[in-house]
Design a protein around this ligand. Structure first.
Ligand SMILES: C[S@@+](CC[C@H](N)C(=O)[O-])C[C@H]1O[C@@H](n2cnc3c(N)ncnc32)[C@H](O)[C@@H]1O
Length: 237
């Protein structure tokens, strides 16, 4: 059958197939735990810890999108959140579950090996949706799915925090259209503060800044080529 496009989902699926599949890449990426990859550290994002320390976010239900080996999900669970954490990679989720067992938390995160756009979650709404490094690996058309996901799961008055490659410091700065012509995401897409504000314009920005670099051996994770943003959804919906 040649005429396969009938719905918006068909178009999104077609556009997905213009890029290499991501799941095998991520499984390979996590296969060697001794590899020198900064975010293999168990340390949580410095901005996440700072939001908690300043009371900008308070415990409730949290959803971690593209959780990898679970460092932020575990920190949120330890801080008293009920956490669902999702990642495509079975290797990452196995590692996250191992870390959770080692941490011995009374209520650890529930890890889901799934695509964030297909996962079946136990709750309809979350007080915090957290994304450290997932959005910038999505192809442009999946921003449509991402905004729909946020709209569906972010509770009124809830917070959304995202960490992405900072334009000018890391990531591809090619225009969206060119990425489709080339069929590559070049290791992740760069976002400027204006692009993040514009993408999430239905939300109220509370803080948008570069991540604060951390010294080697720090208990916190921080790399200066990432942009961090915290938004709040209006309480009245
Ligand atoms: C740069 S890593 C960040 C991992 C983790 N958040 C951290 O900071 O340690 C990006 C993660 O997003 C996951 N990912 C990418 N696209 C995804 C999707 N559509 N659904 C679920 N996970 C996805 C990858 O498997 C990978 O683990």
């Amino acid at each position: 059958m040649n005429r396969t496009v009938r719905t918006t989902e068909d178009v999104l699926g077609l556009l997905d197939r213009l890029f290499p599949p991501t799941e095998p890449f991520w499984d390979g990426f996590y296969a060697d735990r001794s590899a020198d990859r900064p975010f293999f550290t168990p340390a949580p994002d410095e901005n996440l810890v700072s939001y908690l320390d300043r009371g900008l976010i308070t415990p409730g239900r949290a959803l971690d999108l593209g959780c990898g080996p679970g460092r932020n999900a575990l920190h949120l669970a330890a801080a008293g959140f009920e956490v669902d954490a999702v990642d495509l990679s079975a290797t990452a989720v196995a590692w996250a579950e191992e870390r959770a067992r080692e941490a011995g938390l009374a209520a650890g995160p529930r890890f889901h090996r799934a695509d964030i756009f297909e996962v079946e979650l136990p709750h309809a709404r979350y007080d915090l949706v957290y994304d450290s490094g997932c959005l910038h690996h999505l192809p442009p058309h999946r921003r449509i799915s991402y905004l729909a996901l946020l709209d569906r799961v972010l509770a009124p008055g809830g917070h959304f925090a995202v960490t992405a490659f900072a334009a000018g410091a890391m990531g591809s700065e090619r225009p969206d259209e060119e990425l489709y012509r080339l069929g590559v995401l070049e290791g992740g897409l760069a976002y400027s503060p204006e692009e993040l504000r514009s993408l999430f314009r239905e939300l109220t920005p509370l803080e948008l800044r570069p991540m604060a670099a951390q010294a080697p051996g720090s208990a916190l994770f921080g790399l200066p080529f990432l942009l961090t943003a915290l938004f709040r959804r209006t309480a009245a919906l």
